[in-house]
Design a protein around this ligand. Sequence first.
Ligand code: NAD
Length: 370
Amino acid sequence: MVIGILKEPEGENRVALLPENVSELVAMGVTVYVESDAGNSSCVENEQYVEVGGRIDTRENILVNADILIKINPPDPGELVEGKVYIAIFNPLHNKELVEVARRMNITSFSLDMITRSTRAQSMDILSSMATIAGYKAVLEAANKLPNFFPMFMTASGTIRPAKILILGAGVAGLQAIATARKLGAVVEVFDIRSAVREEVMSLGGRFIETVGVQEDSSAGGYAIEQTGEIIKRQQELIHDHAGKANVIICTAQVPGKKAPVLIRRETVESMQPGSVIIDLAASTGGNCELTVNNKTVFHNRVRIIGKSNYPSQMPVDASKMFGKNLMNFLKVLISPAGELSFDLEDEIISSTCITHGGKILNERINGLI
Ligand code: NAD
């Protein structure tokens, strides 16, 4: 079997598999082609792939010769070849047209962002590994942009009070943001609508703020559910009361597959101290702040609102390492020990990620939307 690793688009620094992963695949009897310079932005040269048995080639040749094509970002329509297998982050709940093209072209597509959240799937959960990076990087960026210290200082020049950080959403990105902000000495307050995260927030040194009356659903697999307009309004008011004292707000609140809840209104931004920073990690699905613009920084009343939606690309070496490890664990479910493509559509790892196969859209979650 032949696997092809495609180069990511301009502006993306990660690569789907590193030489250490290619070496493992070659040992399984798989032939691996790597698009020339695919690893450059992750500090990996073509020669390093060749040293472990990979073959460097052009995109055109790889598209023809590989059975499975691998990328992090969704493939462009020009990279789709009839009947082949693709593995990527298709973001299918927000990318319906691409799913439809893949179906029409009889492509078997696996979208890694759709993987079920279970103990077995944990080692393949690219959303969690990338969110860990985003939570960490978001806090570092906020610390860089804030015109204040994060930690408290007692010096001969006076006492500096610690920065106050508000974190909205305590999922993977939020918990990492709490841990990073605490390590830098900030005082951290956290909002989430799942009571189950209270203990985790407190164990990381954050103060958990509860919104009365939120709806939870134990059948949602540990995820939050969308709240009514009334609850969101109550949250907005509560967050407004805390935002005026915060130096930084990190936004990570999200219900999978939905538009991000708007928790920070314009009036709240206007109540914040000049120089404050909002980092909105939910920017790509609309943002938790009403004023967020995806992939832009905007200023409102001297508050900086950063809507970057690809922090993992800013830490490409470790991001590629984590992505590659998750992907290798997934490939071991998809490929037999003899190096052949062999998968069971009943297996929850396969059924949760397989988006199109045999000219059909297989995934229930997508079928409900398309
Ligand atoms: P997650 O599902 O693990 O966590 C989301 C959290 O938000 C959950 O704890 C949930 O209970 C909470 N939540 C939902 N609705 C809420 C509400 N109304 N009020 C308060 N909390 C609420 O998700 P994650 O993996 O931590 O990702 C968080 C966000 O970060 C997502 O939008 C994701 O797309 C984004 N992300 C951004 C980047 C980037 O580089 N910008 C990278 C990775 C992830």
